[in-house]
Design a protein around this ligand. Structure first.
Ligand code: ADP
Length: 454
């Protein structure tokens, strides 16, 4: 309950932070674009004003050169017009009083303490009676600046309104886009192991990428459900397998409690049974541990180059010693170099040999061979025993699978040997193929490729 609450707070935070971040980014974008536009506007407007005054200044210079200058008109139009010789700097013509800060540059404002004024100044070449001079014209643009400022304020106001509307629309639409994600988050947060089989995300309402996301999550949930079901089945089958030896142990121990001490026969039988059941339980537990460790990839294979022919020869000797009642044959035992985990592969081949012995009767033949086939190693374990039905073949590599034909026969086994063998062979990029005929025997062919690094 607590974690559920934590999750939903997290979702809300996530969604909120995404919505706000996108809205903030859009806001910043609008603000920067607006600032740029306003600067552009000021530049363009001041440029127009400056161009107009420059033409006027040029007119004054031309009129002065042709001696047609109208002093009164110039006085009325500009703040100051001064002509100075290039050589001596002597003022030879002056209208109005040049502002003190005339030398400052093209544009300048009066200090903020005084009345706000903006001036523009031009410096142009003039030739008067053969003397090279320059004219400096200063114009007062305060009025034009006031106009530009008013327009600027109006624009800024409109821009602010538009920006607010745009950011609000953006916020609303981003929220709308994230609503299905929100619903998905709520649905996913409701999922647990009890309802994983019935709860799925609703794909119908969502669109495009979200629909794909929902389908991908649903597929992942399907896979998780399958894995969970497989795990559950594995645990229940493992417990089932353990229950039988435990019941037997309990039965014999209570028998011992009642009569064991006095009755020597009962005592011997019980001790034998307890020993055999304990051994069977140990085998089962080891197999379960092996499967679970390998499944979590906790046991990496220790691979090296070795001769499979030697391993097969060792296994043959072992088998002859352990099952004297079977006719053991090693038809071919070639020396084949294999790159793999020697002990693990030996364990896998032992499973096929154990089965061949288990599912045959006295006098039947079990043959083993190892040969080099186009660089790969081929190991064949064949028997003339019970064989399998076609319908059983599909399941033999599954966990806890035992064919109905062997179940009633009092043959030891938990149905885990072949799954372990397949796990090992798969870990070496190998293949297993089976040929079998019910009541006639079976033939398992294991092929391990020779290449390194698999
Ligand atoms: P276990 O032998 O312990 O039952 P395995 O995983 O080794 O488990 O084998 C699974 C099943 O495959 C066996 O129960 C048996 O029905 C069938 N099987 C395997 N090998 C043979 C064989 N050589 N002959 C007949 N049946 C076999």
């Amino acid at each position: 309950m607590k974690s559920k609450k934590k999750e939903s707070v997290l979702q809300v935070k996530l969604r909120a932070s995404l919505t706000y971040r996108i809205t903030l980014n859009v806001g910043i974008l609008f603000f920067s674009a607006g600032l740029l536009l306003l600067c552009l506007f000021i530049g363009v407007r001041l440029g127009t004003v400056s161009r107009g005054y420059r033409e006027l200044a040029m007119d004054y210079c031309n009129a002065l050169e042709s001696e047609t200058i109208d002093r009164e008109q110039v006085e009325a139009e500009c703040k100051a017009f001064v002509v100075v010789t290039e050589e001596t700097g002597e003022v030879i013509y002056q209208i109005g009083r040049e502002p003190e800060r005339l030398h400052l540059g093209k544009w300048y404002f009066t200090s903020p303490k005084e009345r706000f004024e903006l001036y523009v100044k031009f410096r142009l070449p003039v030739v008067l009676s053969g003397t090279e001079c320059h004219g400096e014209a200063v114009f007062d643009c305060t009025e034009q600046w006031q106009q530009i400022r008013e327009e600027l304020l109006r624009m800024m106001l409109w821009y602010l309104v538009i920006s607010f509307v745009a950011v609000f629309v953006c916020y609303v639409s981003v929220r709308a886009v994230f609503r299905p994600v929100d619903e998905m988050a709520i649905q996913v947060s409701r999922l647990n192991l009890q309802n994983i089989h019935k709860e799925r995300l609703n794909v119908e309402g969502s669109k495009n990428e979200l629909k794909t996301l929902a389908s991908v999550i649903n597929e992942m949930l399907d896979r998780m459900e399958q894995a969970y079901e497989a795990q559950k089945q594995f645990v229940s089958e493992a417990s089932h397998e353990l229950r039988t030896p435990i019941t037997v142990l309990q039965g014999y121990s209570s028998m011992l409690k009642r009569w064991g001490a006095e009755d020597k026969e009962v005592l011997a039988e019980s001790v034998d049974a307890i020993e055999s059941e304990a051994k069977s339980m140990q085998e089962l537990v080891e197999k379960l541990l092996f499967l679970s460790r390998h499944e979590r990839r906790k046991l990496p294979f220790a691979k090296e180059w070795f001769d499979m022919g030697d391993v097969v020869a060792e296994l043959e000797k072992e088998m002859i010693y352990l099952s004297e009642s079977r006719n053991m044959k090693c038809e071919l035992c070639e020396s084949v170099r294999v790159y793999g985990d020697k002990q693990a592969l030996k364990q896998a081949i032992r499973v096929f040999l154990d089965n061949a012995v288990k599912y045959t009767k006295e006098g039947d033949t079990v043959s083993l061979s190892c040969k080099n086939r186009n660089g790969s190693c081929e190991i064949i374990v064949e028997d003339t025993g019970l064989g399998m039905r076609k319908e059983d073949l599909e399941g033999i590599f599954g966990r806890f699978f035992r064919a109905d034909t062997v179940r009633g026969k009092n043959i030891e086994g938990h149905g885990l040997g072949l799954s372990i063998a397949r796990l090992i062979i798969d870990g070496h990029a190998g293949k297993i193929s089976v040929r079998t005929q019910y009541t006639r025997g079976s033939c398992f062919t294991i092929t391990i490729p020779r290449q390194r690094g698999v």
